[in-house]
Design a protein around this ligand. Sequence first.
Ligand SMILES: NC(=O)C1=CN([C@@H]2O[C@H](COP(=O)(O)OP(=O)(O)OC[C@H]3O[C@@H](n4cnc5c(N)ncnc54)[C@H](O)[C@@H]3O)[C@@H](O)[C@H]2O)C=CC1
Ligand SMILES: O=C(CO)COP(=O)(O)O
Length: 333
Amino acid sequence: MGGFKRIGVMGGGAWGTALALTARRAGLSVTLWAREPEVVDSVNNRRTNDLFLPGVALDGDIHATADQAEAASADAVLLVTPAQHLRAGCRALAPFWRPGTPAVICSKGIELSTYALMERVVTEELPEATVAVLSGPTFAIEVARGLPTAVTLACADPGLGQALVEALGTPSFRPYLSDDPVGAQIGGAVKNVLAIACGIVEGRGLGDNARAALITRGLAEMTRLAMAQGGRRETLMGLSGLGDLILTASSTQSRNYSLGFALGQGQTLQQILGGRHSVTEGVHSAAAVLGMAATAGIEMPICAAIDAVLNHGADLDGAIRALLARPFRSEGV
Ligand SMILES: NC(=O)C1=CN([C@@H]2O[C@H](COP(=O)(O)OP(=O)(O)OC[C@H]3O[C@@H](n4cnc5c(N)ncnc54)[C@H](O)[C@@H]3O)[C@@H](O)[C@H]2O)C=CC1
Ligand SMILES: O=C(CO)COP(=O)(O)O
């Protein structure tokens, strides 16, 4: 196992670009597939990604391409599209996929049309891939600048997981191995919805106590859902659960938190999204989280309130009042 020399990255957004830089720092050769011709041009000819990660100088050895076959021929491929586009992305890679090539899921979300985790999407579209999940507290810009970062690398096959850790790890990008891809995926998907909630709390001026309560009770929701899907509680207490929740639910650098903040300040969802070309995953995952929770018979009141506000025209203050009026209960998960 291992011996990775060339990494393919599918997705030339901020995170795909930062991961391409990380892989180069780890000594790997990198082929970055991007959907937008201007990103391919910018990376190859100006050594930047002007569209999605402006202001960061890229390594001259990152080769960008519009050709899926080139990315799929690497020794392992990082999948970094927005979650709702991962299925189409994998389908386009499938004709070129070599059996056994590892696919590392770096997208965070749940598919809206099926309520499926990304792992199911990938195994349906790339049945010959071996799958791993990379998730954790990782603002792309900080990773791109080489600031210290730690992530969860989750893989059901410990040998492959360890090989990926060794291939991608550097002193400033430290993967911690886990054998719980389900827990890692649920943490990454649900924290985005909770980050919107925390942004709303800040935008509405509800105070730091309220945000701490939301983070903690949100962690309980996330853990309930993960355990119902076969994930483990300790995974949610790690980097891909609590770690990412702390980061995203308390920083204006987060697109999910800042969207919640703007909602809390009175802007509409349409106004906020209209001014963005980057992805805000929590907006797409809120309904999918709720769908998965309903199927599993799990209560997720905070995520339900966010889904109601985003997707069902619920009044923000009414949703907050309803959450605060819930019956008192014991604190366990
Ligand atoms: N930016 C970050 O700090 C981090 C992002 N992630 C995750 O990585 C994934 C990708 O996010 P970013 O790189 O930040 O994206 P981004 O917001 O920087 O870029 C948008 C991406 O969406 C793609 N896109 C837009 N419309 C599309 C369409 N119709 N079909 C297919 N692709 C389309 C673009 O090609 C581009 O790759 C998300 O799931 C995100 O949650 C995970 C960790 C950190
Ligand atoms: O996933 C992320 C950090 O771990 C990025 O968060 P945002 O998408 O909210 O910016």
